[in-house]
Structures are given as C-alpha cells and as structure tokens.
Design a protein around this ligand. Structure first.
Ligand code: EPU
Length: 302
C-alpha cells in the first residue's frame, strides 16, 4: 500500500514518523519472503495513540512488524502499511532483579544483557531469533524456558481503548505459544523479574542450549523456526520425519533435511510455494496420524 503521495504522509511526518516507500518485506523476514509496501518507523512511544488514531481515521490498514522471524508474508503489493516500534540502544535496563526492556529490542540481546547483570533463568531462549515484543505476544519458549514465566508487567497500546495501558503479569495468561493479549494489542515495553545467578553459570547454560540447537536445527538457512505447533503430547517434527518428508519441496520451499518442522526458503521461494508445502504436509500428517497440525508461523495474508 502506498501512502507517500497522500496528505496523511505530511501529518505522520509532523508526528515524527519516518516513511520509507516501497520496501520489500522479503528483506525484513528470516524466511526471505514477503511483498512490497510502505514502511512507517515510529520514533516516540507517546505519539503512538495519535498515529494509530490517524491511521484509523484515514482507513489505512496497518500491521506491526517485529523481528520478522515467525511470520509468513504474502507476495506482491501488500494491502497494508507496516509499522515499526521506536528503538533505543540498548533498549533495556536492570534494577535489582527487574529488567525493563523495549518490545523492539532483540530477544537474544536481552538474555545476554541480563546475564551480564547476573540475572538468569532465560538461558533456553538464547537462540530464539526475534524481538522481545514478538516473543511476548506468542510466549516464545525453548528448552523448558518460556518468557511468560518472568513477566511482571507489560506496557501496551490497546486498540480497544485507544490508550497506552500497563497490564500486570498475573492478569495475562501465558500458554504454549499462546497468550491472552488481544490480537491487536501492541506490546511496547516489558518488566521482567529474574532470579540472581552468577554470570559464569548462566554462560554455561547458554552454551549447552546453543550446542543442542546447533545439533538439531538448520541455523544458517532461511526459516521461520518451527512451522507447526506441537500437538498435545506429540512432536510435529518427528511425525513429518517419519513420513520421509525431509527435503520435500513445493518450488523453492523445502522441508529442512536437518529438522522436519523447519521449512526453509532454499532459493527464491514465494509465500504461495510455502503455503502449498504447509498444506501438503498438513494433509499427509492428517492422513497418516489423524492429527490436524496447527500453524505456529503467523500468516500475513488478506
Ligand atoms: N525429531 C525427529 N526428526 C526431526 C525433528 C525432531 O525425529 O526432524 C524428534 C527429535 O529427535 C525429538 C523430538 O522429535 O525426539 C522433538 O524434537 P526437538 O527436541 O527438536 O523439539 P521440537 O519439539 O521439534 C521444540 C520447539 C522449538 C524449540 C525446541 C527446543 C515447537 C513447535 N518447537 O521443537 O521451537 O527450539 O523444542 O526446545 O514447540 C519454534 O518454536 O519455532 C521452535 C523452533
């Protein structure tokens, strides 16, 4: 969607928003897939309600993009603009056992920053790519750790009220790759409470998780992590592997030959290729195991 020639562009500029016209989102996602649209970079948290009101009044569809590591975006000219949250460096600070982190900050960066302040618990999250906001929204987890366990407060923009609100951790439900946030809540900042742990001990834990990940996941290929959620008591990766589907393709979309629940872009895969592969694998799993796999990757398609 192109808005740079519209009067609203000048209003957005007054609010400190930087507009980048015609950006290919394939450069913004870990899958290397995604069409083209205008991109809006927000510079200040306090202008968010006004920017959002403006976009709503002008009927400009929009979506917030975080790290782009768990999203599959449609091909071609996209019917919405993409928003990016304000970032600062390092975007996080520690006070006692509390860490205050911007949603746009890097998740792995947060784990190491806290480690350097002798705050641990999140070692398992070290290799999970993406932003803190994305991790919060879907309660990212790995190796027995999930971010939700440490959340004490989330500051968010709530579309329903048009305000920035602070929600207490106890009032949020964090389930397996799912949270009770409203779908259009925009994560802004989080307060975490973390256990004290010596840096050396945290580092040892981080090394173990990195090793496990390197041994089982295709880290240097373009992917969005696991494509499907694990069904209760089962493993999507194991089922797909048992069907002999490693290396199975639809165009340049391919089931990783390292971990069968990672689908990779082996060249110039389109969103359509990836969707064909997802549907094909889902059907085969259903036929063989009677299990309907649910996407873990978030699909941006109208
Ligand atoms: N397996 C196979 N073949 C494969 C892949 C896995 O047989 O190709 C078997 C493994 O040998 C193991 C079992 O399946 O016995 C489970 O595999 P793994 O330990 O790799 O874990 P997973 O359940 O596939 C989950 C998360 C990952 C997370 C790891 C480590 C989901 C959907 N996936 O994977 O998260 O990194 O555990 O904690 O919950 C993600 O969310 O994007 C993601 C990668």
């Amino acid at each position: 969607m192109r808005i740079s020639e519209k009067p609203v562009a000048a209003r957005l500029k007054e609010l400190g928003v930087e507009l980048r016209a015609g950006v290919s989102l394939s450069e913004k996602t870990s899958l290397g897939i995604g069409g083209t649209t205008d991109e809006l970079l927000l510079r200040r948290f306090d202008t968010i309600p006004e920017v959002m009101r403006l976009l709503a009044n002008e009927k400009i569809p929009h979506r917030f993009l975080g790290g782009g590591t768990n999203v599959l975006i449609d091909d071609g000219e996209l019917p919405w603009v993409v928003l990016h949250l304000p970032t600062s460096q390092p975007g996080m600070r520690v006070e006692g056992n509390a860490a205050y982190v911007d949603a746009a900050a890097d998740l792995g960066g947060m784990v190491t920053f806290c480690a350097k302040h002798d705050l641990g618990g999140m070692e398992g999250l070290i290799g999970v790519p993406g932003s803190v906001g994305g991790a919060l929204r879907m309660n990212a987890g790995a190796y027995g750790t999930q971010i939700g366990s440490y959340v004490r407060e989330v500051e968010l923009y709530r579309v329903a009220s048009g305000e920035i609100e602070t929600v207490r951790g106890n009032d949020i439900r964090f389930d397996y790759r799912h949270t009770s946030f409203a779908p259009d809540d925009v994560m802004l900042r989080v307060k975490l409470e973390l256990p004290s742990k010596p840096f050396k001990e945290i580092l040892a834990g981080i090394r173990v998780c990195n090793e496990k990940r390197r041994a089982s996941q295709p880290l240097n290929q373009k992917s969005a992590g696991c494509i499907f959620k694990n069904p209760a008591g089962g493993s999507a990766g194991r089922m797909i592997d048992e069907l002999g589907l490693k290396g199975h393709r639809a165009g340049d979309a391919m089931v990783s030959d390292r971990h069968a629940n990672f689908f990779i872009n082996a060249g110039t895969a389109s969103c359509a290729d990836m969707l064909r592969l997802i549907d094909d694998v889902r059907e085969r799993v259903h036929k063989k195991f009677g299990v309907e796999l649910e996407n873990e990757v978030i699909l941006w398609k109208n």
